[in-house]
Write a protein that binds this ligand. Sequence first.
Ligand SMILES: NC(=O)N[C@@H](CC(=O)O)C(=O)O
Length: 426
Amino acid sequence: MTLITNVRPYGEDAVDIRITDGRITEIGPGLAGDDDVVDGGGLVALPGLVDLHTHLREPGREDAETVETGSRAAALGGFTAVHAMANTDPVADTAGVVEQVWRLGQEAGLVDVVPVGAVTVGLRGERLAELGAMADSAARVRVFSDDGHCVADPALMRRALEYVKALDGVVAQHAEEPRLTVGAQMNEGDRSARLGLAGWPAAAEEAVIARDVLLAGHVGARLHVCHVSTAGSVDILRWAKSRGVQVTAEVTPHHLLLTDECAETYDPVFKVNPPLRSDADVQALRAGLADGTIDAVATDHAPHAVEDKESEWASARPGMLGLEQALSIVVQTMVEPGLLDWRGVADRMSVRPAAIGRLAGHGRPLAVGEPANLLLLDPTHRATVDPAALASRSRNSPYAGRELPGRVVATFLRGTATVLDGKAQK
Ligand SMILES: NC(=O)N[C@@H](CC(=O)O)C(=O)O
């Protein structure tokens, strides 16, 4: 048995939490007993975070990340479950590959690794992958995504929605009309013109979201929109939700904080898909997350090897690290300005992502009888991000040198500490 003393669930009154056999068995002030005691030191306790969008790169690019190193980064960020994106090599488009990723996650034992299955064979957007076989596999896939690529063909997207409906699954769409983003390098606007970098127009994202909410409404299936990045996308989602479409959406930490001004440096660490947008977009994304139009924060943690990232802007791969700083960014952009309270953070980073992924045992309240998946946060601690100190195998953090608030002091996965004193336990 473990006793965590003096913690503040959701930032509220201090209590002790007893954990027995992986579950919370008692919550209250002044608990006693001969348990292993963890001094909570008045920290904020939140349910373990759930990421809907993590690139773990295994199989295929173990030089950039592995299931184990990515799991460690996730645990240090306060996560107890992460969805592993399908754009690996080979692509996770069969029961065999998703079971391999799932098994590697179990072996690492730091977070629950939940594989995402590809929508189409090889992410090629031509024919549907074995969605049913992946759903029925040991990996129990419920989220299907060609992320990195858009399911651009509307007839294929419609069929994917019909299939996932029968599986109680969801299509997580990377909304990017490919004909509008050929060669695109950054947000399209005055700045891209001035910097001489080809533009990625907001309309390329918004057109696909508009199309897909109509398709999802027509089919009566669940649609999830990955990494929403524009104010117009938030408006379309708000309209679709008001009409009862079963659509959910995520925003990344980097789109909540950074703008396309970062491209002025020509430092490819700021190159990402979809691109960093304008300040007005950032404000609309924060407002959309605050009012629930955007359901979840998802990291889009995209580790890249040095040779893929440290080149001139146009030839660098898009993507940035996210797992280890996600909660800090949400503290800075949402909690400190008063846009979300701690229950709101738990909702957007744990409850709703778990519900979207149909994940049992995660996203549960901190309450007696629930699985002991939780994190302890020091919200006032401030530290400067040093990429060399990250657990990820890659170094492409856009937050390098930035001082950020919030330190994850401990993470517990079914009652076992995966992080203590800010250090991974394996
Ligand atoms: N989000 C990114 O910038 N990169 C993603 C894939 C992608 O969406 O291009 C990656 O896998 O690296």
